[in-house]
Every structure is written in C-alpha cells, then in structure tokens.
Design a protein around this ligand. Structure first.
Ligand code: 6LW
Length: 535
C-alpha cells in the first residue's frame, strides 16, 4: 500500500503523531483559525480522516485579537495509561523581536473528547512536547529562542519535569541543548534501547528546514550530536517537489516499523519562482506547509535515518504490515442540510455560534449574519476551508438584499485579514444592488471592477477558479450560468512568503458576510462547493 505525499494536503504544519492500539492520530497547528488543533485519524498511515478539534470552547481557547499566524503553534499529542495529553503554545503577541509563548495542556480519556479545561504550564519555551518515561516520570521539552540578541541564544532546548498530579511543572529548568551547532526547535523525546533521542526540527521552517537527532543515556544529557544531521532536508535540492522538509514526529507500528511525519511545502512554479535566488521568499507556497510521511530505519550503531538511505523525502512510500483502512469519500458539495457545519470549515478566531450563523432558521440554507469587517481580529462572520490543490473551483449560491454599502456577502479566497480576493454582493447609493471584487494585498485595497449593478430579488451565483498562480472569478444571476468578472489575479500573493504579517498558515476559500452598520443584515447561502481539478 502506497502513501502519496503530502498525506494531509493544504495548510497542515507541525504534525505530531501517536499510535494507540491499531489507531493512529495526528495533531496539526491551526494558528488564528477556530476551533483549535486539527486531529486526524488513520488505521493504515495512508488514509486519514479529520475527526476533531479538541479546543472548541472559548473557556479553553480565546483567540480574539490575535495576529495572523499567532494563536495555536505546534501541538504535541501523546497517550499514557488511558489518557490523551495535548500540549500546545498560544501566541498572542510579537514585539521587540519576541513572541509571548504561553504553554497549555489539555487531557481526555477519549480522543473525541470531552477535552479538559487547559492547565497553564509555567514554562517559557515554545513547541512543548510531553514525554512519558517508563518509570512514570513525565517531562516537558520545549525550545527557547532569544531574539533580543541576534545570533546569540537562538534555538536552545530546555527540559523540565511535569507533575501530572499537581498539574504543574516542577524542579529545575535545564538547557539540554544550548544552540551551539544548529538552530533547533519542535523537539520530541523518543526512548529506544536505553537511549533518549532528542528529535528536533532545525534551521527554521522555510526552504533551509531540516530535521536533526541527538542522543543521550541520561534524559538530562549530555546529548551527543549525530554527525549525519540533518537526517532529512531538501535545502540542497531546490528542484525537489517537496520543499521545506522538517519538523518531524515518530511512530512505531505494532510490527516494529518506524515512520516519521513531517511538514513540507509544494512550491508554486509561478512567474516569481523561475529566477528567484534561493531562500529569497520569491518562490511561493499558497497551499501552506503540508504533512508528509516517511519510512525510517535504525542503523546498527543506533542512529535513525530515512529508509531510502538518503536525506531526501520520498514522494511516495510503501507502507508495510498494515491492512488498508479506507474512509468514505467526502462529497465536494455542501447543501447545508446537516445540523452542524462540516469539520472542514474553520472560522477566524471565534466560534461560529448562533450569533453569527444558523442552519435552522431556514432549513437547507446557511444563514450568516453580517458582523465586523474583513480586517477585524474580533467578531467576523466567516467560514473557510483549506486550498488543498493548485487547481480547484469553488462556488456558492446566495440570497442577499443589502440596502447600504456597508453590507456585503460573498465568496472569499484569503490568507489573512490583510490579504484576500473577495467577490461580493453589496449596495451602492446610486447603483443599488451590485457586485464587486475587493482585493487586499498587505493592506493595499483595490476594487478592480468597480461596482456592477445587478437585479434585486434574484439569487446570485459566485464562483472562483484557481489554476496554480491564476485566480479568476465568475458570477451568475438568477441561474447557474456563469460569466467571467474581473482580471486574472496572481493567486501566489496568498502565501506565507508574500504576506507581511503572518508566515505560517496557507490559503483558504470560504463564504462570509459583513454588516458594518451593526444591524445584523444576513445572507442565506444555499450551498458551497469545493472541487479539485486534475492536471
Ligand atoms: C512552530 C515552530 C516554527 O511552532 O514555526 O519556525 C512554528 N518554527 O516550530 C509554527 O509552525
């Protein structure tokens, strides 16, 4: 059975994986998108199904006001004696070259929840990872970087004990890696044959990214450096289709095979890429950082390496010893007939509760109440899903009768609150109901087609078609017959590389409604589709 990389497509960075019996679970970062942390399930490491967001109550996670690419960073999922543990960082500000990085822990007896209220961990690193030792002790390993002093004190790894009964960190905080060789982050500890392995992402998360391993007989060190580090990287192979490889976590199958999941990025071969100098940020990755899987092996002298004998990830790997376990195909069309929203959708920073939308008010429709504007980091009425391929189409049908220019509803392709393409229905004092496109590129706003009047009282069909770096909108009035609107946009601006405030997420497509008058005008969405298109 072959796993085709990436196994989780579109914005799914910082994977953390566990096995519990026959089940594999993986957690990924969600940043400012609500609810927090995506959990996927698999039985065969090839097919994955999205199952849960463990941080789904405001009492657990309050993201109002957080900046782009802040919020939830690098969750770590572990399991010990019947309990699931999830530790993660919540970033709320970046100032003076410093992130504040508060760490939290939630637990559950069932992966589907309920997940506990968070315990704040008095620990000052980020990318926390919990390690459960055989003697019952628990440790938290995390990374500390001090950006106040350029090049100094960067990428250090700290270790401290965690007291599960008292729910607190205790004892000394010790540096087990002081940053002398390479910049390390995203640490995990793995124990095997009497060795403690410190398994870390190295050299940032961009095109120079890699994965390194160190080992010690004592958990507190000293840790021995592996002379083959980085054991996984694409930093020397710019033409390789999976770039940015690194930030791994390990899992062992019941048959003793080892696999690593890691983040990677598929570069868009857009006009910027051709002559761009390496690591210039000109090569763009609108699908964000995605999750891939590699087969690993232990060498006779007790080090870990890729089973393919190189440092380069495989695009496809053979998974052995596990029975195929396939999940039902998901349809690409959502008719909003269910009682709850599909798990693929996320909202910005806040839950989409009844203050923002209703699936009951008009059965078969998603009624979305207009709230704050698209720059708001507080109460936006918006749901979106990841772009998962370079070619796709998404469309929606909506009924919306705005009576002032401050009311808008439509279809959006967005990276963050400063970068998006928004095809929407609104109202103009002179023209009446009209359709328009708002483009935001790092806070520069334009209306490339102005305002095109349309008839009142008719449903509007809105569609976007994305083909690599080309993004084209369409609309139809009263019936599903589309005509092109607006220029071909450069889709690559919706990427970590192009957006100035955030660097860690990926492009999304969704629907939203704004009413800046505060009177709660609503739009009724009949359906939303997202369909990948083949090469
Ligand atoms: C993650 C850290 C990182 O916590 O990016 O560049 C953060 N390094 O490992 C977000 O993915």
């Amino acid at each position: 059975m072959k796993a085709e990389n990436p196994i989780l497509r579109g914005f799914h960075p910082d994977p953390s994986i566990i096995r519990v019996g026959e089940d594999y679970y993986m957690a990924n970062s969600t940043f400012e998108w609500w609810p927090g942390v995506r959990l996927h399930h698999s039985r065969d490491l090839v097919h994955w199904e999205m199952i849960e967001y463990p941080l789904n109550r405001v009492s657990q996670l309050d993201l109002k006001g957080v900046g782009a690419s802040q919020g939830i960073w690098a969750p770590c999922l572990t399991y010990d004696k019947g309990i699931f543990y999830l530790v993660y960082t919540v970033v709320k500000s970046f100032y003076c070259n410093m992130y504040d990085t508060a760490n939290y822990l939630v637990t559950a007896e069932n992966i589907h929840g309920p997940w506990s209220e968070p315990t704040a961990l008095n620990n000052f690193g980020f990318d926390p990872s919990l390690f459960h030792d055989d003697d019952g002790k628990k440790y938290m390993v995390s990374m500390v970087t001090d950006h106040r002093i350029p090049k100094k004190y960067k990428g250090r790894i700290i270790l401290q004990e965690y007291d599960a009964k008292a729910k607190n960190m205790y004892g000394p905080v010790r540096y087990i890696y002081t940053g002398d060789r390479i910049y390390l982050e995203g640490p995990h500890i793995v124990k095997r044959d009497g060795w403690y392995y410190l398994f870390c992402a190295d050299t940032g998360t961009g095109e120079a990214h890699g994965q390194s391993i160190l080992r010690a007989k004592n958990i507190w060190g000293p840790y021995e450096w592996n002379e083959n580090n980085s054991i996984l990287t694409t930093r020397d192979t710019p033409d390789f289709p999976l770039q940015k490889a690194g930030h791994c976590d390990l899992v062992e199958t019941p048959e003793g095979e080892w696999y690593a999941v890691h983040l990677c990025g598929r570069p868009l071969e857009n006009r910027n890429a051709k002559d761009a100098p390496r690591f210039s940020g000109e090569r763009r990755y609108p699908l964000g950082r995605e999750t891939a899987i590699q087969k690993m092996e232990w060498t006779s002298d007790g080090w870990l390496r890729l089973a393919n004998g190189t440092k380069l990830p495989d695009e496809k790997i053979e998974v052995t010893g596990l029975e195929p376990y396939v999940f039902g195909e998901k349809t690409c069309r959502d008719d909003f007939k269910e009682e709850t929203l599909d798990l693929e959708y996320q909202s910005l920073r806040i839950p989409m509760d009844e203050r923002f939308l209703s699936l009951k008010e008009r059965p078969g429709y998603l009624r979305m109440y207009g709230r704050e504007g698209l720059s708001s980091k507080f109460d936006q009425s918006l749901i979106a899903r990841r772009w998962t391929e370079f070619q796709f189409e998404a469309d929606t049908k909506l009924e919306f009768e705005p009576n002032v220019f401050k009311q808008m509803a439509g279809l959006i392709c967005m990276y963050d609150t400063d970068n998006y393409f928004y095809l929407h229905v609104t109202c103009d004092e002179d023209l009446g109901k009209c359709i328009s496109i708002l483009k935001a590129e790092n806070k520069t706003y334009t209306y490339p087609v102005g305002f095109v009047p349309i008839k009142e009282g008719k449903p509007v069909y809105l569609k976007v078609s994305v083909d690599h770096d080309k993004l084209q909108f369409y609309y139809g009035l009263g019936e599903e017959v589309y005509e092109q609107i607006g220029p071909v946009f450069d889709a690559s601006i919706l990427s970590d590389e192009a957006c100035l405030e955030g660097w860690f997420t990926g492009a999304m497509v969704g629907i939203c409604c704004q009413d800046l008058t505060g009177s709660g005008a609503y739009a009724d969405f009949d359906w939303f589709t997202y369909q990948e298109k083949g090469e």
